[in-house]
Write a protein that binds this ligand. Structure first.
Ligand SMILES: O=P(O)(O)OC[C@H]1O[C@H](O[C@H]2O[C@H](CO)[C@@H](O)[C@H](O)[C@H]2O)[C@H](O)[C@@H](O)[C@@H]1O
Length: 346
């Protein structure tokens, strides 16, 4: 391992000092992994993840925010061991195309479009629920509490497209139950014009709200349903709504993810984890710097689960056995955690 890089300039060194003091309040989930897992023993971890900036890097073109194969492999493994959902601001189908895994659940439009487990929820109004097939033909239960806003959203998209045509670099993304107005490529001098324009269009739609994310205006129905509600809904439809040993893990990087962090804090237990490489106001308790660290964390989580279940089966199996039994048990536990070929040296 090389020596840590020293800050080159005074600015860099003061940024490092403020980041390190922020880390005291929001410790790295990699550095505190063992402490986190010491409270997870015997509990049910439920994994919820944001997409952009968490599973994929923030890139210039939203259409190209693909996930690496390494992340996909880590995520597939996580979902084999824990119930896992992606809760994104994107349209649900778009995010499911990007992630492209069958063993995770998907929620799009900041939680306003959930394809969840086949169980009746006791959380959220059942009138928003319907059975459907996803694009791969799997039966899912949809929860779509903002359906009545669809005609207005279509109109907003049309109007914004027309009115922003003259501003170079604007990109409008229709995320089905919400709309993103990207300004990453808008010139600084045009930003105020765009902001005024978006506000003026939205003045005619009082039942919508605007928030700002990463170089994007997020427009969505002003209703009491956000990523935090989606997390609670997911836990509920897994049949864990009244269980008091659930530990939700939520990892996210942006403003709307704060709702999920708060929801976990309101529940009283869990791992709200923000992705950020600079200090920021957050309700999260833990932090990771970037998607690379998210990948490491998810890999550690799977390793921890495999080790803890093999040591559990070892403890359960060992009591009262002969030396030969002991050896066979040891091999079988090692097989479970490493895979048979690794034991045979293949
Ligand atoms: O909830 P998320 O999954 O984090 O989605 C939030 C928004 O993410 C996307 O925009 C952001 O990522 C883009 C790709 O890296 C980047 O170009 C853009 O500037 C970011 O704002 C997505 O395009 C939006 O629709 C989501 O609402």
């Amino acid at each position: 391992m090389g020596l840590p890089q020293l800050p080159a300039t005074e600015d860099e060194s003061s940024a490092l000092v403020s980041y390190n003091s922020w880390l005291l309040k929001h410790p790295s989930a990699l550095d505190t992994f063992n402490q986190m897992m010491s409270i997870a023993r015997g509990k049910k971890i439920v994994v919820c993840l944001d997409y952009d900036g968490t599973l994929s890097n923030i890139v210039d073109n939203p259409e190209q925010a693909v996930m690496t194969d390494k992340m996909r492999m880590a995520l597939r493994e996580v979902a084999r061991h824990f119930p896992t959902a992606i809760i994104s601001g994107r349209g649900r189908e778009k995010v499911s195309d990007f992630v492209d895994l069958d063993n995770v659940y998907y929620a799009g439009s900041h939680g306003l479009d959930i394809a969840g487990p086949l169980r009746s929820p006791t959380y959220g109004d059942p009138k928003h629920q319907s059975r459907a097939l996803d694009r791969k033909g799997n039966e899912v239960v949809l929860f779509q509490p903002a359906k009545k806003y669809l005609p207005a959203i279509e109109k907003i998209v049309r109007t914004l497209n027309e009115k922003t045509r003259s501003i170079q670099g604007v990109m409008i993304e229709n995320n089905k139950f919400c709309v993103s107005v990207h300004f990453r490529h808008v010139r600084d001098e045009d930003f105020c014009t765009l902001e005024k324009l978006v506000n003026s269009v939205l003045q005619e739609y009082e039942e919508f709200r605007i928030s700002i994310g990463k170089k994007v205006f997020e427009i969505r129905p002003d209703m009491e349903w956000d990523k935090g509600h989606a997390l609670n809904y997911f836990i509920d439809t897994l049949g864990l709504g009244s269980s008091n040993d659930v530990l939700p893990l939520y990892i996210g990087d942006d403003r709307t993810d704060e709702d999920a962090f708060k929801a976990i804090r309101n529940r009283g237990e869990g791992f709200p984890t923000v992705v950020s490489s600079s200090p920021k106001d957050t309700a999260a308790l833990y932090s990771l710097r970037n998607p690379l660290e998210v990948n490491k964390f998810l890999t550690n989580l799977v390793r921890w689960r495999k080790n803890s279940s093999s040591s559990k089966s070892f403890r359960q199996n060992f009591e009262g056995k002969t030396q030969k039994d002991w050896l066979l048990t040891t091999i079988s536990c090692a097989e479970q955690s490493l895979g048979r070929n690794a034991i045979l040296g293949l």
